[in-house]
Ligand binder design. Sequence first.
Ligand code: GLP
Length: 242
Amino acid sequence: MAEVVIVRDEQEAGELAATVVADLVRRRPDAVLGLATGSTPLSTYRALAGRIAGEGLDVSRVRGFALDEYVGLPAGHPEGYRQVITREVVEPLGLTPELVRVPNGDPASIRTAAEDYDAAIRDAGGVDLQVLGIGRTGHIGFNEPGSSLASRTRVKTLTEQTRIDNARFFDSIDDVPMHCITQGIGTILEARHLVLLAFGEAKAEALAAAVEGPVSASQPGSAIQLHPHATVIADEAAASRL
Ligand code: GLP
């Protein structure tokens, strides 16, 4: 059973998650962080930027691996996760850009991109701490319902629900890609510590299924129950069905 911490709001969650990350980096200056996108981890990244600046924490050797990327967005598209990770994580935290990887969503190299990514994670010695959000469909990374719990990094089709949810970042839903490349659930479970964040009523059902439901490929978030060290940080609204 995951350890569940219920906090007042996103800011408190961000402070708590940032403390966990900062403690890790102090212990291990070349720590490997698993980075999530979406709106959920933003308060964590903000709080962490504050910690790094305030404590003069050296993050120059910290390495990072993003969970996922859209397939087929034009290079440099502001909503491509490469750009998002640069804007929201690498720059504000002052990480070394060359040490932070995002799966390659260029269709021209998609055949080898997934295997290369898992190999790069392995070569880095695995992820020490994986930050996770959860989608309303229950997805972690972009592993939509039906994803094998043993899956590795691969190309997937986005559900209509996720495309609708993410349309807010684009001019219209037609601009939201149909495909993505995502770390698999098996890949994610190899991280040594999972920190899953969830905020708001819209996540309550997915969070309850993840924390208390049966472990099932139809609820990808439920895979965290298989992990020996998973921490869930949720506000009261997201935790309301637990
Ligand atoms: C996105 C990402 C996920 C994220 C989830 C929730 O599309 N691929 O990694 O956890 O969906 O997004 P949000 O945090 O914006 O609710």
